[in-house]
Design a protein around this ligand. Structure first.
Ligand code: UDP
Length: 254
């Protein structure tokens, strides 16, 4: 969307600090408003959807921790992180996940013409996600797609393709923390106002994996559903007790 309108002032977002890592205490509606404000700035910004695993990665990986600290928006995702917010007296209002952000941004694109680019997932998956989302939001401007299994030699061509499509929002599904590091490293070349790491979201919209029924999502057991669908996720689930233990120890110290 090109426009000469004045950039609206960015609102102040409340922040929680989980194990020293900042996460914004936003609702979906506020996150979307912030993203629209970031689009209007026309300069590159990173948005991170953070679950308990993201916090654990940040504790072991200084580069990722720096990105979480400097990101324009870090949204709260996952039952584990929401628990940590409650336990440490800084409750998050609701979950703002990558999967839900993709849906809402496609809806906003349909309504307001924002240009979206999907990069990531296995060959063919982002295309299928695009087709399925367009069935629901036919006017959405999904101006390009590319899979996430390109080589170092192919990388410049992928970046050129994204830049040429002039997206307002780049949705990157290459797993955490790779997607965030990639976005940050190439932010100037990509020249996209909003870059968001959305993990396995394209797999969900392509129908490769099924989203948990709403009652399971609401009961905080979506991780169990994901684990049954993809047993490789056991590593993340195994990390959860470590996260819980560290949050409890951190609260005692304060
Ligand atoms: N992926 C990719 N390129 C890679 C490795 C992974 O595009 O080199 C994709 C993968 O196909 C999947 C997504 O990245 O669609 C990672 O999904 P996951 O749910 O594991 O994301 P996380 O929760 O780790 O962010």
């Amino acid at each position: 969307m090109e426009s000469a309108v004045a950039v609206p002032p960015q609102e102040h977002l409340e922040q929680a600090t989980i194990l020293g890592v900042p996460v914004h205490r936003v609702r979906m509606e506020q996150a979307l408003r912030t993203i629209e404000q970031l689009i209007a700035t026309r300069t590159p910004h990173l948005v991170i959807t953070a679950d308990a695993n993201a916090i654990l990665i940040a504790l072991d990986d200084p580069e990722f921790r720096q990105l979480m600290t400097e990101a324009a928006l870090v949204t709260p995702d996952g039952a584990g992180l929401l628990w940590a917010g409650r336990y440490s007296g800084q409750p998050f209002p609701e979950r703002v996940s990558g999967v839900d952000l993709v849906w809402h941004l496609t809806r906003l694109s349909h309504e307001r013409g924002y240009r979206l680019f999907f990069v990531g997932a296995a060959p063919g998956v982002a295309e299928r996600a695009r087709e399925n989302l367009l069935r629901q939001f036919p006017q959405a401007q999904i101006v390009g797609v590319h899979h996430g299994y390109f080589s170092a030699e192919q990388e410049p061509e992928v970046i050129t393709q994204i830049r040429a499509a002039r997206p307002d929002v780049l949705l990157i599904a290459m797993g955490m923390p790779r997607q965030e590091k990639w976005a940050h490293r190439h932010r100037h070349a990509l020249n996209t106002p909003v870059m968001i790491g959305v993990g396995g979201s394209f797999d969900v919209y392509a129908g490769v994996v099924k989203r948990a029924p709403r009652w399971l999502q609401q009961s905080g057991l979506e991780w169990l559903w994901r684990l049954i669908q993809d047993p490789r996720k056991i590593k993340k689930v195994r990390n959860l007790p470590r996260f819980v233990w560290r949050v409890m120890r951190d609260a005692k110290r304060r």
